[in-house]
Structures are given as structure tokens and as C-alpha cells.
Design a protein around this ligand. Structure first.
Ligand SMILES: N[C@@H](CCC(=O)N[C@@H](CS)C(=O)NCC(=O)O)C(=O)O
Length: 216
């Protein structure tokens, strides 16, 4: 069975290219496998049927002949388990890749989201001015750790993997903030990941779906 993923039918331009089904499209593009996209409207996300597939009413959800899954991290790890393009097959190597996927989602993404939430959604609220420097300092500690890790290597381990895929999708969200300028190895890593053909194909596919479904 060709893998099926869910994606939103349309989002406003600022979010296009950033919706999290991109992570799964990218993983599948790296493996060279075909996949089918099931476009969903926001209204569907709350339906009982959809929630039995994705309990939080988010995209992406995923199914193939073997599993039915939600959470981009779990989906990408599942795909990685079946393709050497995304992770080594040996258990120790795969475990290291899993650690980086979880680090991206648990040790870095929450701090990225805090800064974005303030800048994009709460900038004018009274508490934002005092909390912004704290949120930025917390994020900078994570970026400094990544800078150390990447100072003398191209990828988080000794080759591109699902860990790099996930970490770079997290870091993309703060690309526009200018913060990465202080972390040249992290910035170069992001450019390296974004220059992969599979990354670009996945972005193009997501944007093409939005273009085809733009509201009249
Ligand atoms: N932790 C989830 C997050 C998924 C998520 O936040 N998806 C957003 C799009 S980026 C969504 O479906 N939003 C729809 C909504 O909240 O209405 C994952 O990584 O899969």
C-alpha cells in the first residue's frame, strides 16, 4: 500500500512551506517512495473519525500497510526504520538517530516556539517585554549547544539522517528572526539540509497543493 499522509487543504501564505506534513513528505522524498496526500479542511480535524486517527486534530497523520500513526516525529522515525537513507540499520546507529529526533522535538522545539509565540502573536501584551529576553536566553543555550556539536561536522551524526531532518525543520522556524547569525555552524547546517533535493521537492509539493486549493 502506498503511504498516505494528511495535509491541510490551505493555509495563509506565511505558513505555507512550514506545515508539519512537510517533515513527512521530506522523509518520504529522501526514500524515493511514492506517497498519497489526503487533503483535509480545518472542519474535519475535529470530527470523531479524524480524531480516532490523529487524537489532537492535527496534521500530519499517516498510514501504510503496516501502521496507522500520528505525530511527525513518530512518523519520520517509522519511515527511517525502513530506509537506510534516513538512518543506519544497526540498532546502536538507529538509537542515536532517534535521540536526535527527540532532541529536536523536546529539547529545542519548545524553546523555538516560545520565542515565535511572543514575536508573532503576543508582542504587544504587557508581559511579553519582560518574558522575551528570558525566552531568548533559553533558546540561545540550546543553539549554543548545537553550535558546539556542529562546529566540526556537517550533520549531527556522521551522515545525514532523520535527526538532521527533524532538527532543521525546527530551526527553520527561527530563520527569519536573525538569531542564527550568532551560530554560524548551525546556520550552515540549516543551509546544508535545506539544499537537499528531497527537502525542496517536499516544499514544492506542499505549496503546489495550496496553490491548487487557494480560496476563490
Ligand atoms: N506535534 C505535532 C504537531 C502538529 C501540528 O501542530 N500541526 C498543525 C499544523 S503545523 C495543525 O495541524 N494545525 C491545525 C489546527 O490546529 O487547526 C506533530 O509534530 O505532528
Amino acid at each position: 500500500m502506498i503511504p498516505v499522509i494528511t495535509a491541510l487543504r490551505w493555509v495563509p501564505p506565511f505558513a505555507q512551506g512550514y506545515v508539519r506534513d512537510h517533515r513527512v513528505r521530506w522523509a518520504l522524498e529522501e526514500t524515493g517512495r511514492p506517497y498519497r496526500v489526503e487533503l483535509v479542511d480545518h472542519a474535519i480535524l475535529d470530527s470523531r473519525d479524524y480524531r480516532s486517527w490523529q487524537p489532537f486534530g492535527h496534521v500530519p497523520a499517516y498510514r501504510d500497510g503496516e501502521v496507522e500513526l500520528f505525530e511527525s516525529g513518530a512518523i519520520v522515525l517509522h519511515i527511517a526504520r525502513t530506509s537506510e537513507m534516513l538512518a543506519p540499520v544497526d540498532p546502536a546507529g538507529f538509537a542515536r538517530v532517534s535521540a536526535w529526533v527527540i532532541a529536536a522535538l523536546n529539547s529545542v522545539e519548545p524553546f523555538v516556539r516560545n520565542v515565535i509565540a511572543i514575536d508573532d502573536f503576543h508582542a504587544s501584551e504587557p508581559w511579553a517585554q519582560s518574558y522575551r529576553p528570558i525566552a531568548e536566553a533559553e533558546l540561545r543555550r540550546r543553539l549554543a549547544a548545537l553550535q558546539d556539536r556542529l562546529a566540526d561536522r556537517d550533520f549531527l551524526e556522521d551522515r545525514f539522517s532523520a535527526g538532521d531532518l527533524m532538527m532543521s525543520t525546527v530551526l527553520r522556524d527561527i530563520e527569519a528572526s536573525g538569531l542564527l547569525r550568532d551560530y554560524p555552524a548551525v546556520s550552515a547546517f540549516l543551509t546544508r539540509c535545506e539544499s537537499r533535493l528531497a527537502f525542496q521537492r517536499a516544499i514544492a509539493a506542499q505549496i503546489e497543493d495550496f496553490r491548487n486549493n487557494a480560496p476563490a
